[in-house]
Design a protein around this ligand. Structure first.
Ligand code: DON
Length: 573
């Protein structure tokens, strides 16, 4: 308690010193009010216009938010194959119109023939790229099982009506956006290197915006899913094609892995933040737990007076993030395999102790256990979508192949990419994954175990009513991005669109530094953070939030991140 008081005193002093600059920023944010798309009956926010349209059409024809979400997930597998997927996995958090909430875990699993040291050489050192590229990097996909669970529990439309838009897009073709044309161009080298066959996406000339693209093999796979449900993927021809692909590339996913895969309903993580009920994803994602810790810690600080992206807000967020990501590395993993101390990590006393050594006048040093250096992140590729329907059902789904087009292996004859989610395990204690995240026993590889994720699909209630649906891609930055958007709305009074557009920061204990988006901070603020002992690194962009806010008048504000991804779009009616 004593240290908290000391912290509060230095906080007060700090206030006086940098108040002018922050006052200015607070004023600026209250003047400019920019809203996203406003609608009364329903809202779909996704990373691709065709996927948003598919979701909106389903809502308009009377489907609920779950019908729309399943349709969107399959449509994204067609129109956004670098991240939307059937060869990957993800998480869903939902809130029904009756106020019931829950979470669905359709995260990939380690194959049964996998094991703790599968990415290490004889000396026990990680083999470069083995957990990232090629067949061995793939976990057993979970998406189709996840969508099947969601369908069985909540759907109101027949499955063939829900999946047909995706099949039609794949069969009839659609025009590439500039972003997607560029993605296919960037993929070419890896596509040729990693695959033993020549995937139909290989092209000698460049893809251009407006090119028509068809995914005929993928359409056939989707038709098998339409006709046989999840067995159309986990058994029969699709399963045979996946296993054949594995054998051709020294992969280890077997028919047994596929036939035994199950998505799991989980109890969501729920914390209160300044009178709001925040519902988020439990392990096998660390998203909800870390977000919960960040929000609980934030209640001890006067964020509303700090303002957006000021020295004080960045300093305190960094200190909280440092502690929560250290906890993540040690304590979090698949709770079917490891006893994650969820209650303890969210206890009030634990939070108080954890923040008791935060002061306003200097940065704490992250204990350097291993180097924690981030290897070059080739490209972040995951995708989030948020949907609400007119009855008030809300769905928040984050889904991924992990890297850009996953492990780059396209299943020959089946037309879809496999994930490289195995890299999200701690392949050796203390060795950072592609996002610089370190881990230990809790997240060690074991057959059938799910690798720890940072995905944070989240739903927030205020006064017992739906308030926000939010989530983002971005690897380790997902949690801190969702966290900042929540503070931006609840503490700083921004609209949903402003909160999404606002520049973001991120820190994660190791490496011991803050990354900021270009133009996030002015040079004065950077200087004052450096004086506190923070190392700062600027990068181009962080995350791509797709979110919905329920406004006071009951209308929905859909906010797509068009500044970081021009394809993202909110469509409402
Ligand atoms: O599950 C995770 O945390 C990561 N595999 C997510 C990867 C990601 O967000 C990459 N793209 N933006």
């Amino acid at each position: 308690m004593l240290t908290i008081n000391r912290g509060l005193i230095s906080l007060f002093l700090f206030f006086i010193i940098s108040n002018c600059q922050q006052q200015k920023q607070v004023e600026e944010t209250t003047i400019a009010k920019k809203e996203g798309v406003i609608a009364q009956n329903g809202m779909v926010v996704t990373a691709h216009p065709l996927a948003s349209q598919v979701g909106l059409d389903i809502l308009k024809k009377g489907g609920n938010a779950f019908d729309a979400a399943i349709a969107v997930q399959y449509a994204l597998a067609v129109v956004l194959p670098k991240a939307g997927n059937i060869g990957g996995g993800g998480f869903m958090v939902y809130r029904t119109k009756e106020g019931e909430n829950g979470a669905l875990d359709f995260r990939e699993k380690a194959p049964l023939k996998g094991g703790r040291d599968m990415y290490l050489d004889k000396k026990g050192d990680p083999i470069k790229d083995l957990s990232l590229k090629g067949h061995l990097a793939a976990g057993v996909p979970g998406t189709v099982a996840g969508m099947d669970e969601a369908f069985q529990k909540f759907a109101t439309l027949p499955f063939n009506e829900i999946i047909q838009p995706a099949i039609d897009l794949a069969n009839n073709g659609f025009e590439l956006t500039e972003y997607e044309a560029n993605s296919f161009n960037r993929l070419q080298d890896d596509l040729k290197k990693v695959n033993n066959h020549t995937p139909y996406l290989v092209r000698e000339d460049e893809y251009q915006e407006g090119d028509s693209i068809y995914h005929i093999d993928l359409a056939k796979t989707l038709e098998r899913i339409r006709d046989n449900g999840k067995d159309g993927f986990y058994k029969g021809e699709t399963a045979d094609l996946i296993v054949k692909e594995m054998k051709a590339g020294k992969g280890i996913i077997s028919l047994e892995d596929l036939a035994s895969y199950e998505a799991k309903w989980r109890k969501p993580i729920i914390v209160n933040y300044r009178g709001h009920k925040v519902i988020s994803m439990p392990p096998s994602s660390s998203g909800g737990l870390v977000l919960g810790q960040l929000l609980k810690g934030s209640e001890y600080f006067d964020f509303p007076s700090f303002g957006v992206n000021t020295t004080k807000s960045i300093h305190v967020m960094t200190e909280l993030q440092r502690r929560s990501y250290a906890d993540r590395a040690e304590h979090m993993g698949d709770m079917d395999f490891y006893d994650v101390p969820i209650d303890m990590l969210l206890e009030d006393n634990y939070t108080k102790n954890r923040i008791s050594d935060i002061t306003m006048d200097s940065a704490t040093s992250s204990q350097v256990i291993k180097s924690g250096e981030v290897s070059t992140i080739e490209s972040f590729q995951t995708t989030h979508f948020s949907i609400v329907d007119k009855e008030g059902n809300a769905v928040s789904i984050t889904t991924t192949l992990n890297s850009f087009f996953g492990c780059k292996v396209m299943v020959d004859g089946a037309g879809f990419f496999l994930n490289n989610e195995m890299d999200d395990f701690s392949i050796k204690p203390g060795v950072p994954n592609q996002f610089g995240l370190v881990g230990a026993e809790a997240n060690a590889i074991a057959p059938g175990k799910r690798m720890l994720s940072a995905m944070t699909p989240t739903i927030i209630e205020k006064d017992g009513k739906l308030f926000m649906v939010v989530g983002t891609p971005g690897g380790s930055t997902i949690i801190t991005n969702v966290y900042q958007v929540i503070l931006n709305v609840i503490d700083h009074g921004l609209t949903m669109q402003e909160a999404v557009d606002a520049k973001k920061m991120h820190s994660q204990w190791l490496p011991d530094r803050i990354i900021i988006e270009k133009d996030c901070l002015d040079s004065l603020t950077i200087d004052s953070l450096q004086q506190l002992g923070h190392e700062i690194k600027e990068i181009n962009s962080i995350g791509r939030i797709e979110a919905i806010l329920v406004k006071e008048d009951g209308n929905f504000e859909g906010a797509a991140d068009r500044t970081r991804s021009g394809d993202a779009i909110a469509l409402g009616y």
